[in-house]
Design a protein around this ligand. Structure first.
Ligand code: HEC
Ligand code: HEC
Length: 470
């Protein structure tokens, strides 16, 4: 399939160069070879340079996911928006992955259990126990494309149906997931501060939460109880029978439900019709001149593609770009967040995070693993000069309860900067403001216009009958 896509890409590229060549070559005297580079038809000098760079970096059209089973998508849609999946029936996936907020939640770190409201206006609910999630909510764009095998900012879940899955559940990781996205959906349910709820707290109807007294590590028990909730809910009968024809509902497990959510997310959040996609498919008029100049920088002097490589602008690897260490931090190292290093235990990987895909990036701020930057331009400028960025960082741009929690003592900064990724370079002179504008135009060219309005993915109701609103 990949080689077929490649051939098609090359054919359309050859066709489009051929077409514009015809115009020029016919007009040119045959022996003047230099005319070869003077296209004034469908392809400009910028296009020639950019297409050469894209070929050099092996950037090709992204392979679309296979069509999803409509019955799985319908079940997954209901589950994604259904608070029945959370211990206290008070929070659903969409709370943090909103169609209105770039499939994330617009907060630097997510407010989960004990909070109420949507997006940036979500606040602690009275005096209920409330902890921030340790990270910025990731977006869900294109997570279902073939090859997206690494999940979370630190890659602690990975794998595919052929090679198997690795996850925080260790040996308890089910292996009957369709793909890493399907596997992922089983995990937001387990942490107490995220969807499960704290001990002793009642659900929204004043009833006990049967998940509340478990621990985050009781994966199997949590998954069985959540599956039982869905299977025992009459509202789900039809959806389950349609999605799993011939399967007894009592034989369903969490992987089946997760796969359905994966199918829904794939259907809802695949976003591969941006100007950049159309340019890759051969349409030279799809991107503005400024976006093309930005792309030339991205794939050239600014070296962005050293990490943000391939059609999705990620190498799926981990790098330390010395993002400001603000907010709660995560795990034993809090208030620091060691990222990949905390998963592998290898100090040389401390402060590394998975290179984010930049698709639809302008829709999903704040940016970085902890939402350190409110503005996309600031996130980009950070890469260009991390030293100055850390020295001048304004920690009031994160959630107000966390504002000012910035680990910027000289010793910590030195430690973080000591393993800064060497690929973080700009060749030649520093970028000027116009060049940064061009880079921003290129970021805009990565937005799929269809993602600007996702009203149609929101159901009118969910199968359990719980309210959609918070
Ligand atoms: C309270 C907020 C919250 C809720 C509820 C929530 N998520 Fe997330 N989600 C996050 C955060 C934060 C991350 C990043 C965590 C990390 O990397 O450590 C994330 C990451 C993800 C990712 C990984 C994307 C990637 O690029 O690796 C997927 C997929 C996802 N969530 C799907 C879901 C699904 C499905 C549900 C419901 C079952 C859900 N989320 C519920 C906040 C939330
Ligand atoms: C050395 C690898 C590397 C290079 C080179 C690099 N980036 Fe990044 N980029 C990353 C990593 C890793 C992160 C996430 C860091 C974190 O959250 O702590 C990131 C974050 C970002 C973000 C924020 C994304 C989000 O979802 O929060 C943007 C935008 C971005 N990079 C754009 C660029 C641009 C534009 C360039 C070139 C000027 C560039 N990057 C160069 C690795 C790199």
């Amino acid at each position: 399939m990949a080689s077929k896509t490649k051939k098609l890409g090359l054919v359309s590229l050859a066709l489009c160069i051929g077409l514009s060549l015809n115009i020029n070559v016919n007009a040119a005297t045959p022996h003047k070879k230099s005319n070869f580079f003077r296209y004034n038809g469908g392809i400009s000098k910028t296009d020639i340079l950019l297409r050469k760079k894209l070929r050099f970096h092996d950037v090709k059209s992204v392979e679309k996911p296979a069509p999803q089973d409509p019955a799985m998508v319908e079940l997954g849609q209901s589950l994604f928006f259904d608070k029945e999946l959370s211990g206290r029936r008070n929070i659903d996936c969409e709370t943090c992955h909103s169609p209105f907020l770039g499939s994330a939640d617009g907060q630097s770190q997510s407010r989960a259990q004990g909070a109420i409201g949507l997006g940036p206006s979500r606040r602690q609910n009275g005096d209920e126990r409330f902890d921030f999630l340790p990270r910025n909510a990731l977006s869900l764009w294109n997570r279902g494309v073939p090859g997206w095998d690494v999940m979370f900012w630190d890659g602690r879940l990975s794998g595919n149906a052929q090679e198997g899955f690795i996850s925080p559940a260790g040996d308890d990781t089910p292996q009957n997931f369709t793909n890493a996205l399907g596997a992922f959906s089983a995990f937001p349910i387990t942490p107490d501060e995220e969807m499960r709820g704290f001990p002793g707290q009642l659900d929204v109807f004043g009833q006990p939460n049967e998940l509340g007294d478990l621990t985050d590590e009781d994966f199997v028990e949590i998954w069985d109880l959540i599956t039982a909730r869905i299977v025992n809910n009459e509202g789900y009968d039809e959806l389950l029978d349609a999605a799993f024809p011939g399967v007894e509902q009592k034989d369903l497990d969490i992987a089946d439900l997760s796969n359905a959510m994966g199918a829904f997310m794939t259907e809802a959040f695949t976003a591969l019709d941006s100007p950049f996609d159309r340019y890759l498919a051969g349409d030279n008029s799809a991107m503005s001149d400024s976006a093309k100049r930005g792309a030339l920088l991205f794939y050239g002097r600014a070296n962005c593609a050293a990490c943000h490589s391939g059609g999705l602008q990620t190498d799926f690897e981990f790098h330390n770009i010395a993002a400001p260490q603000v907010g709660t931090g995560r795990g034993d190292a809090a208030p620091l967040d060691l990222g990949r290093g905390a998963i592998t235990g290898n100090p040389s990987e401390n402060f590394q995070f998975r290179t984010p895909s930049l698709r639809n990036i302008e829709l999903e701020g704040p940016y970085m693993h902890n939402g350190a930057f409110d503005e996309l331009e600031d996130a980009i400028r950070h890469h260009l000069d991390p030293f100055t960025s850390l020295a001048t960082y304004d920690a009031s741009q994160i959630e107000f309860e966390l504002a000012g929690i910035f680990q910027n003592d000289p010793q910590t900064l030195e430690t973080i900067l000591s393993t800064l990724d060497p690929e973080l370079v700009v060749y030649g002179r520093p970028l000027n403001d116009n060049e940064i504008k061009d880079l921003m135009s290129f970021m805009s060219a990565l937005t799929d216009p269809a993602s600007l309005n996702l009203f149609e993915i929101i159901p009118t109701s969910v199968a359990s009958g719980l309210p959609l609103a918070d």
